[in-house]
Design a protein. Sequence first.
Length: 80
Amino acid sequence: MRFVDTPGIIENQGTGRDNREDIKRILNDVLQKPNSKLCVLVEPKEFSTNGIINFCDQTFGGKGKWTENAIVIMTKFDTK
């Protein structure tokens, strides 16, 4: 199994560098290799309005294209 830590997605594009295109390239390159899984860390928000979920949908062309090959982990669930 292969783990790749990508830069974080900045939700507010006014702060910091926007690495979205770099992250898309990394994800597409790595996930084409055998035994690769996408590990998605999300905060406790509505799944349908979560920024990283929307980013993955855009990157891979919809939920059906990436969710079968992903593990979604919720962080900070005890703070909400």
